[in-house]
Design a protein around this ligand. Structure first.
Ligand code: PRX
Length: 631
């Protein structure tokens, strides 16, 4: 299944387009199935209705764990590096991980969970998070992991949307020198979640927590009551494996649904190829399992390939900006997969943190989550890869399940700030506003995909119509990514950023409407408009224009009040970087906010605001420009 030459890439690509069913059928043979499929693919982008490996039966955990036991049981599956470097790291071999997953799967059963039930996971980056995820998959329960930075209200909305029965959490989490009271946040969330029957709490930071009789149980107590034998549940290829909530251009996040068979094949195939993983190598992805990158490229992809995956609890700058390099040196990391925002942040500390660090083990570098600027690309290449490690700039999305457009390490060429070429099986096309295909090279357009791939989303949980409207209705018979894209003279793809109202802040997807809704919930705020602006480290920053006529106290304090409200409603990750109080917003006569103008003001580019004659009150623009200069 691993591509070893450019020629093979070209041949595989051709085959994947000419005969996709044969191509993916052969790839899927590299996985373990309880029963084979009778049809590789049936599809229809109008409904949408997509089925891969129809009729096949499997359990993804047998592919991630059981099948490695005989030959590689003692090989490290997960190396856990704690937040505090003074604390001991933990290595879980495949055998140990299998044992823990089976045991915890039995804990889930003991607490009433069964196949098809939804389970919310809100945990720090500890091995038990991966164990919880895999234990859900073991019994066929659907996991919905929520990133530790979301607020109680966000958690409650997500739990209620998918009617979770069980919650798995920890007392708290460490993040650098901060402690986050996870169980407290969950307690606030669960006040409004009638479907939750049980909450399993892992002891991690051992901060005092409230444990509600009948609902809350300790992880450590529960595992003592069960054994470690747990036969994997037989799943249909199209049964749901997990839900992951992500932001779109409307106010409400949607639950992206991935299914067992196709997702497994796609995560495993892309992992093995993009990173050119070799047996025995140590692979380190710095993402959080709360995002899709962690699902596909810390847990499922690497484990399905019997790889050794480093799971890091902390942050790149704690206790010092040398932390990543210390980890690379400590475990002789061969592949480092991280985000441009982390690269830019570490780059800003200069060369000192790299002094004396042995990075010679690095063979492959990866980037994900947002466009990587050339400066960061070159720094990563020269300082971290010493010009010898190919950088795979991987473009993909929560909805795509796995990497779509990317170099294949050591096989296909790289090009600074380009995701380069589609992987086999992926058929990207660029279209204009009207959905007409833009052919040839040296062109720009909206990026769509015209043929299904196994890892694609199947629906949005509980609301299939929304899936259809968001991804399959903008252009007929195409999956619309929401991204703008350039195809250069060589036919290489470069993602230029979102073309909808979705921001990408430090690689985190945040909808402008979501932030506006949160700001508008602040007492006294009349209206707000949120746009993105270029930010040196975060990629994009959040700029909020807010009408707040009778503010409570002085302006600076009122800004903090608003930040507090956003933190409560969404979480700290959505806090605006800049708030500008204004008396009005530029609107058309029909009442639509002219975001184009606000974006220009936020970017400090007020020389050419375009046509403002259609505005209801053109005067307001001058006022906003003046106020923005003083911010
Ligand atoms: O705009 C693209 C950007 O991140 C979006 C997807 O965000 P999310 O679903 O949170 O998944 C992030 C991790 C896969 C895309 O629509 N994006 C992701 N990777 C890249 C990127 N933009 C440019 N280059 C990339 N390599």
């Amino acid at each position: 299944m691993q591509i070893t030459s450019f020629k093979q890439y070209e041949e595989d690509y051709k085959k994947s387009v000419e005969n996709p069913e044969q191509f993916w059928g052969e790839v899927a043979q590299n996985f373990q199935w309880r029963k084979p499929w009778f049809k590789v693919l049936s599809w229809n982008f109008n409904e949408p209705d997509i089925k891969w490996f129809e009729g096949a039966k499997l359990n993804i955990t047998e592919n991630c764990l059981d099948r490695h036991l005989a030959a590689n049981g003692d090989k490290p599956a997960i190396i856990w590096e704690p937040n505090n470097p003074e604390e001991e790291s933990v290595i879980y071999t495949y055998k140990m991980l299998h044992e823990r997953v089976c045991r915890f799967a039995n804990v889930l059963k003991r607490n009433g969970a069964k196949k098809g039930d939804r389970i919310c996971i809100y945990m720090p980056m500890v091995p038990e998070l991966a164990i919880a995820v895999l234990a859900c998959a073991r019994i066929g329960a659907v996991h919905s992991v929520i990133f530790g930075g979301f607020s109680a209200k966000s958690i409650a909305d997500r739990i209620n949307d998918s009617q979770c029965k069980v919650v798995i959490t920890a007392d708290g989490a460490y993040r650098g020198n901060k402690q986050i009271p996870l169980k407290d946040v969950i307690d606030d969330a669960l006040i409004g979640c009638p479907t939750v029957e049980k909450c399993i709490v892992l002891t991690h930071v051992r901060t005092p927590v409230s444990m509600l009789k009948g609902r809350d149980v300790w992880w450590e107590d529960e595992v003592k009551h069960v054994n470690d034998i747990c036969e994997a549940e037989e799943m249909d290829a199209e049964d749901i494996l997990f839900i992951l909530y992500t932001s779109g251009s409307t106010g409400k996040p949607k639950g992206v649904v991935h299914t067992c068979g196709g997702y497994m094949v796609y995560a495993g195939y892309t992992f093995a190829n993009v990173f050119n993983y070799q047996p025995g190598e140590v692979y380190f992805c710095t993402a959080d399992i709360g995002w899709i990158t962690g699902h596909s490229y810390i847990v499922y992809g690497p484990l399905s390939q019997g790889a050794t995956s480093v799971l890091f609890e902390g942050i790149p700058t704690y206790p010092s900006p040398s932390r990543f390099w210390d980890i690379v040196e400590k475990y002789k990391v061969n592949t480092l997969y991280t985000a441009p925002t982390a690269i830019r942040s570490l780059m800003s500390y200069g060369d000192d943190p790299l002094e004396g660090k042995d990075l010679s083990s690095i063979r492959v570098l990866g980037s994900v989550g947002e466009p990587i600027n050339e400066e960061a690309w070159h720094w990563f290449d020269e300082k971290i890869g010493h010009g010898k490690a190919p950088i795979v700039d991987t473009w993909w999305q929560t909805e795509t399940g796995g990497i779509m457009i990317s170099p294949i390490a050591t096989v296909t060429p790289t090009k600074p700030s380009f995701a380069t070429l589609p992987l086999p099986g992926i058929q990207p096309i660029l279209v204009d506003e009207n959905g007409n295909e833009i052919e040839g090279n040296g062109v720009m357009g909206n990026l769509c995909i015209k043929f299904p791939w196994p890892g694609m989303l199947r629906t949005t949980y509980g609301d299939h119509e929304r899936c259809k409207q968001t991804y399959f209705s903008t252009y007929e018979n195409l999956y619309f990514t929401g991204d703008g894209c350039l195809r250069d003279e060589d036919g290489y793809y470069r993602i230029t950023g979102r073309v909808d109202d979705v921001l990408n802040v430090s690689g985190h997807r945040i909808g402008t409407a979501e932030v506006e809704n949160a700001i508008n919930m602040h007492a006294g705020v009349v209206e707000s408009a949120v746009v993105g602006y270029p930010h040196d480290v975060k990629g994009q920053g959040i700029y909020a224009f807010v009408i707040y006529p009778d503010m409570h106290g002085e302006a600076e304090l009122s800004k903090k009040d608003i930040l507090q409200t956003v933190t409560r409603v969404i979480g700290a990750i959505a806090k605006p970087d800049k708030i500008l109080f204004v008396s009005g917003l530029p609107k058309t006569r029909s009442g639509k906010i002219m975001r184009r103008i606000l974006r220009k003001i936020a970017e400090g580019d007020t020389g050419n605001l375009g046509d403002t004659s259609t505005l209801l009150d053109p005067g307001v623009v001058e006022e906003i420009i003046e106020a923005a200069k003083k911010l």
